[in-house]
Design a protein around this ligand. Sequence first.
Ligand SMILES: [Zn+2]
Length: 156
Amino acid sequence: MSARNSTSDPSASNVAKFKSLDTKIQQVLREAVEARTFAYCPYSKFQVGAALLCENGTIYRGCNIENSAFTVGICAERTAFAKAISEGNMKYKAIAVIGYQEKSFTTPCGACRQFMSEFGNIDVYVAKPELDQVLVTDINQLLPHQFMHPSSDYTF
Ligand SMILES: [Zn+2]
């Protein structure tokens, strides 16, 4: 059974204190906060940062990049993945996503959930820039029953 086959119960998500997390994960979250400051979002003004932790310890940052032709913009998560993949890093441990909404966490959008699911089930840490409370979840919880191409290695 592959890692992609864990249960997909959204209620299994939990919220942890930043300081209770592994120091490497704290670093990944801090890198996502930094990445967020580079967001190019003149239209929405909604800054998002991401940091992708590879199995080899490398961290790739990403930010959202908007465009006058709105639909060609890219989210922070996919920016980070594109950077990692284009450098030959294909194995991942976790991704951190930082956005600011007063009343909720900025979880990955549907397109990013599908995009990320291509590369296996990894941990997802979502927080606000002040890094206090952190939503701890994973891809399978965020996107149960994701679409997989018939030729992929996915099996139920
Ligand atoms: Zn997205």
